[in-house]
Design a protein around this ligand. Structure first.
Ligand code: NAP
Length: 345
């Protein structure tokens, strides 16, 4: 039976939505998106109506346009998908009340009808709401689980991280440093790399776009004794260079492959089976939700580190739903530092 607990008046309220009006052929461009306005609908049984507050921008948003991953593929005509945080306006289920803050696959729209089974409470804490997507959300949890529960890290080891200035990478390196590892990042551009060293405290950061020196040579100089753990956010050429620099029995946490998401990816890496065998490497892929049963421990520790000043939370928030397409295109081009989000309301 539908039990509407509260009647939010949706009269004359329009819902602005951004649609993926065509699938990209090559790099993502603004003309893949279009805007429409539709009436706000009341929730049916088992649904909640939420008002969008913050949307997460993730490299994976682009991968969803390539086909099914850990979620269904996006098709042209869909409201562009995105996780986010919203406020419940109207509920047809006793477990949610108006005013509750909820995390869900909201999509690029001002209001969303969400199945209650797909919604979870936004993390409770005394910081800003945005921390629910950065420190305590997908960025912090992916960094924490990937480094602590997948690869493992020990004092004195050398840790290499790609997309080091991004939302996941920036946190991985800071955790590695706290655990006593020597931390080396890889990022696009000299200026960005200096920021990773000075602002995030990495021991070194290597510019994979450098025309002066190959990444493999830079790695040889920065880690002459080799790499023990590689946290791979990119795949492609960076993974190739990392595999050559791995030490015997090194571990690789395969978190993502952003170099393959946008445009036409280059083939490779090459020679992987031989490198795995001769170096006795372990490579393990993971999805953050695999470790959901450990999220509360992870959030507890992440919050503690942030409160103690050991972990900087880097957020990159753009205002306005209309900025979502440019925000995602910019993220794929390396415009962001830390966790990019869109503040909708
Ligand atoms: N396994 C999981 O559960 C999980 C969860 C969340 C995220 N992820 C993965 O984590 C990675 C980071 O995603 P994010 O959403 O946090 O984005 P992000 O790191 O905040 O931003 C993406 C960054 O990727 C870099 N990049 C773009 N194209 C590249 C290329 N061709 N080669 C090397 N670097 C490139 C850019 O920085 P530069 O300027 O340095 O190029 C850009 O800033 C992605 O691979 C994503 O799929 C996985």
């Amino acid at each position: 039976m539908t039990t509407t607990l509260f009647k939010w008046t949706s009269d004359n309220v329009k819902n602005k939505q951004i649609l993926l009006s065509k699938l990209p052929d090559g790099k993502l461009t603004a003309d893949c998106f279009s805007v429409r306005e539709v009436p706000v609908e009341a929730p049916s049984e088992g649904q909640i109506l939420i008002k969008t507050l913050l949307l997460s921008q993730d490299a994976a948003n682009r991968a969803w346009m390539q086909g099914a991953t850990y979620r269904g593929a996006l098709n042209h005509g869909d409201v562009m998908a995105s996780y986010g945080i919203g406020e419940v306006l109207e509920s047809s289920h006793a477990s949610w009340n108006p005013g509750d803050l909820v995390m869900a696959d909201i999509g690029w729209q001002e209001y969303a009808l969400v199945d209650v089974r797909e919604a979870t409470p936004a993390p409770e804490h005394d910081g800003p709401l945005s921390h629910g997507l950065s420190l305590l959300g997908v960025a912090g949890l992916t960094a924490y689980h990937g480094l602590i529960n997948v690869a493992g890290i020990h004092a004195g080891e050398t840790l290499l991280i790609s997309a080091a200035a991004g939302s996941v990478g920036s946190i991985v390196g800071q955790i590695g440093r706290m655990k006593g590892a020597r931390v080396i990042g890889v990022a696009g551009g000299d200026e960005k790399c200096r920021w990773v060293e000075t602002e995030l405290g990495f021991d070194a950061c290597l510019n994979y776009k450098s025309s002066a020196q190959s990444l493999r040579d830079q790695l040889q100089s920065a880690a002459p004794a080799g790499v023990d753990v590689y946290f791979d956010n990119t795949g492609g050429d960076i993974l190739q260079a990392a595999l050559f620099s791995m030490n015997l029995r090194g571990r690789v946490a395969c978190c993502g492959a952003v170099s393959m998401y946008d445009g036409k990816p280059k083939p490779g890496p090459f020679g992987v089976p031989g490198l795995l065998v001769t170096k006795r490497l372990k490579m393990e892929g993971f999805i953050v939700s695999d470790y959901a049963h450990l999220d509360s421990d992870a959030r507890h520790e992440l919050s503690l580190w942030a409160r103690q000043g050991d972990l900087k939370i880097i957020e990159d928030i753009l205002d306005g739903l209309d900025n979502a397409p440019a925000g995602l295109i910019g993220l794929l081009a390396g415009e962001n530092r830390g966790k990019r989000m869109i503040r909708v309301a």
